[in-house]
Design a binder for this molecule. Structure first.
Ligand code: ZN
Length: 207
């Protein structure tokens, strides 16, 4: 904690905050983010750093495995955050950002060994990722050169995109062309981002 508080926070106050005081004054009046970003809780994902985003630019929802559950009224914090981002903040873009080496996706293949900690809440949440595991297994069956974990991470993004499109407020705005939805996959070791192409059903390098 000392490092975060003494080095981290004090450095923020004396450098970034001082240099951006006008921005923080403005942000204290309210927020108008353009983009809802749904990503994993993983500590290696730092959206502001990765996308060079300033405070106020991204409305971020994080959960284990960057997944979007099926639409169910009055259920869960991810649904509440999506509803708020769309109905109140009126974001124009939604990005689901999956990533390589995702522990949540890998956990789907892990057999519980006696003596390991029980993870009832994680196990329950990861049921949302089961369809991605099934799709990945089919993909690897069809082409054994593909990596099962990468396939799971990517199918998880695709399935989450589809589920997001089942949210009534998203459907409405898609029909009116008021929102765009993207699926990205970020490779931690290389810094590469691949974007889902709806037409080809493939992930393609952004640059
Ligand atoms: Zn993850």
């Amino acid at each position: 904690m000392d490092k975060l508080q003494q080095e981290g926070y004090s450095k923020f106050l004396t450098s970034y905050f001082e240099e951006h005081q006008e921005l923080f004054d403005q942000l204290s009046q309210g927020q108008q983010p353009d983009t809802l970003l749904i990503t994993c809780s993983d500590s290696r994902i730092n959206p502001a750093l990765l996308l060079n985003a300033e405070p106020g630019e991204l409305f971020i929802v994080r959960n284990i495995g960057n997944t979007v559950p099926h639409y169910q009224p009055n259920k869960g914090s991810t649904q509440a955050a999506i509803e708020y981002a769309i109905n109140v903040l009126e974001v124009k873009k939604i990005v689901i950002l999956g990533h390589s080496n995702c522990g949540a996706c890998a956990h789907l293949y892990h057999e519980h060994v006696e003596g390991e900690p029980e993870l009832p809440h994680v196990d329950m949440w990861l049921k949302y990722l089961e369809p991605a595991k099934n799709a990945a297994m089919l993909a690897v069956h069809a082409d054994p050169s593909k990596n099962i974990f990468e396939m799971t991470e990517k199918h998880n993004v695709i399935i989450s995109l589809r589920r997001l499109m089942g949210y009534p407020q998203v459907q409405e705005r898609l029909v009116e062309d008021k929102i765009a939805i993207y699926g990205w996959w970020y490779e931690i070791g290389s810094g590469k981002i691949e974007k889902y192409n709806y037409a080809t059903n493939n992930f393609e390098a952004v640059m």
